[in-house]
Design a protein around this ligand. Structure first.
Ligand code: ZN
Length: 560
């Protein structure tokens, strides 16, 4: 086996930090922008470049959790934070151990057998379905579990929508659509129209099905709704899957979860005497009724279970007057490690993903450490692990925060800053989610820049990096980076740079530091993100979620 590749593909499924989309190609008024903004932050980039180069060097071996690369990286981070006079951030320690459970499916020659309309339909692993065990049991046997089509499988009080209303799915297998009704219907008044809400994410589908007591759930794959092809799903589910142990996250988990290709779903529904296309459309409309299938699913999954740990590195700058309130900057230090079966270059250096974010975390920490007087609120710098394996380090942090989540004012996350010249536009992933957009708008305007929405909000990137774990605990979170409209070269140059990264470097050994890669864009981004946090740290207000945000209710509840 090739563990590295498996980890790499796990990533695609879970994280996608990474390839946040370029912003919408809105043309900013040229008159508002200077000829080309150059930041003087972080020694005009020199301090950033030094850290970036170090973190992306071969010495760090691709920063894979559980390897020498982890020990080198976390020791380096502690040293950096300590040297600038910060305090250990996790109740007196620089480190926060994140327990993990790794589940690897053993019987990968399995099939899913469905008794339907007096016959048997068989679905083959990988070509028709991918499945895994989320409950971390060595063996689970699903026997004659009744199939129910539950539409989008969404229970969203703020949208007055409940696909499970009056339905009992205990022990059953739910078939569910990816994305949400607003996307399916392309109706801007439903949910958020084409922009994906968390209810559209595959992780949500499994969480909700488990809360409803289902034994199993299969998501029907459609490229448009998922945001990626079947190949990505197939790769992602082919290797070990990482999670926090159930003891750390007591939410119910499915015994069997996975995806089914659209053509396989059509075959199943046809055999059951149902019209998949018609049912699929009915799920887009308010008042949708779930549909039982005259079908029962059976399958046995055998998995090996391994426990492990990896470290978050947490530093603290105590607030001068309100130390119990915090702004948390986050960036994941982990990447994909190395693949010793490769010929030639074996190290996935992860320069962009995410040495840029971690180097950024260090230079922002340095700027705060020099503030005199120190900021009024505390600043936490969290270099988190296991983002590439499902945002686990940040999830653990959010479950065990040294400063409580309801006392955490905001999260500012940095993941894969682009190494381009400075962009006129700042692309906000999850644009419109919270008032943090206004803070960034002001900081960007001081640079002659504007903020723009991400280009593909239907792909759900807001739910695909570490800030999401803060959001789901109710903490307003900002995830933004330079877009593709460059001061020098405009949209053409920016798009070319973005496409080059996506095609030639993203999650490849070629994501390396090179002296000729420009850092100006990343440094300008960091300066703006520093200013956002600095303003928050020196005021008494609490930024709010937007009224239509799926995270508002959690914050409102915690504020009571
Ligand atoms: Zn990343």
């Amino acid at each position: 086996m090739r563990p590295l590749l498996i980890l790499a593909s796990t990533t695609l499924m879970l994280a996608a930090c990474s390839k946040a989309p370029p912003p919408a190609a809105t043309s900013a008024p040229a008159a508002a922008a200077p000829a080309g903004y150059q930041s003087t932050f972080a020694g005009s980039g020199a301090h950033f470049t030094e850290r970036l180069k170090k973190l992306a060097s071969d010495e760090f071996e691709g920063r894979e959790p559980g390897t020498l690369g982890e020990r080198t990286t976390t020791a380096y981070l502690k040293d950096q934070f300590e040297r600038m006079g910060l305090k250990p951030g996790n109740n007196g320690s620089w480190f926060q151990s994140v327990p993990t459970v790794e589940v690897a499916l053993q019987n990968t020659d399995l099939t899913l057998d469905v008794d339907v309309a007096g016959g048997k339909e068989t679905f083959a692993y990988k070509t028709d379905v991918v499945v895994g065990n989320l409950s971390a049991k060595p063996e689970v046997a699903i026997k004659d579990s009744e199939l129910v089509f539950v539409g989008y499988g969404v229970k969203a009080p703020e949208h007055n929508w409940d696909d499970y209303a009056g339905l009992d799915v205990k022990g059953k297998t739910v078939i569910v659509l990816v994305n949400d009704p607003g996307f399916g219907n392309n109706d801007t008044t439903l949910f958020k129209g084409r922009a994906m809400t968390y209810y559209g994410r595959w992780t949500y589908k499994f969480e909700e099905a488990a809360r409803q007591g289902a034994a199993a759930a299969l998501i029907v794959h459609e490229t448009e709704g998922a945001g990626y092809g079947w190949g990505v799903v197939e790769n992602s589910w082919s290797g070990p899957q990482f999670d926090l142990p159930a003891s750390e996250d007591p939410a119910p988990r499915l015994d069997l979860a996975g995806w089914i290709t659209k053509s396989s779903a059509e075959r199943l529904f046809t055999k059951a005497g149902l019209d998949f296309t018609a049912l699929r459309s009915s799920a887009d409309v308010r008042g949708f009724k779930p549909q039982s299938l005259p079908a029962k699913l059976s399958a046995t999954l055998r998995s090996t279970i391994k426990n492990g740990t990896s470290e978050n590195v947490v530093a603290l700058l105590p607030g001068s007057s309100r130390p119990d309130e915090a702004i948390v900057y986050s960036a994941h230090w982990d990447h994909l490690g190395k693949d010793t079966t490769r010929s030639g270059d074996q190290i996935f250096n992860g320069a962009v993903d995410n040495a840029t974010g971690v180097a950024g975390l260090i230079v922002i920490a340095e700027a705060f450490a020099k503030q005199n007087p120190p900021p009024q609120r505390s600043i936490v710098f969290a270099a988190v692990t296991l983002e590439e394996s499902g945002l686990l380090g940040s999830r653990y942090y959010a479950a065990h925060p040294p400063i409580a989540m309801d006392k955490t004012v905001a999260n500012i996350n940095m993941d894969a800053l682009y190494l381009t010249k400075t962009a006129r536009n700042f692309a906000v992933v999850g644009y419109g989610q919270s008032e943090l957009d206004n803070y960034l708008k002001e900081a960007a305007a001081a640079q002659g820049r504007v903020i723009t929405p991400e280009e593909s909000p239907e792909k759900g990137f807001f739910f695909r990096s570490d800030h999401f774990n803060f959001a789901r605990k109710g903490v307003p979170a900002l995830y933004a980076k330079g877009g593709t409209d460059l001061f020098e070269g405009g949209e053409t140059a920016g798009r070319a740079a973005f496409d080059d990264y996506g095609k030639n470097r993203y999650h490849q050994v070629s994501d390396e530091f090179k002296d000729d890669l420009p850092v100006a864009g990343a440094v300008a981004d960091l300066e703006a993100l520093y200013k956002v946090g600095s303003k928050l740290a020196n005021e008494t207000s609490w930024p709010q979620w937007a009224a239509d945000s799926e995270f508002k209710a959690v914050r409102d509840a915690s504020k009571k």
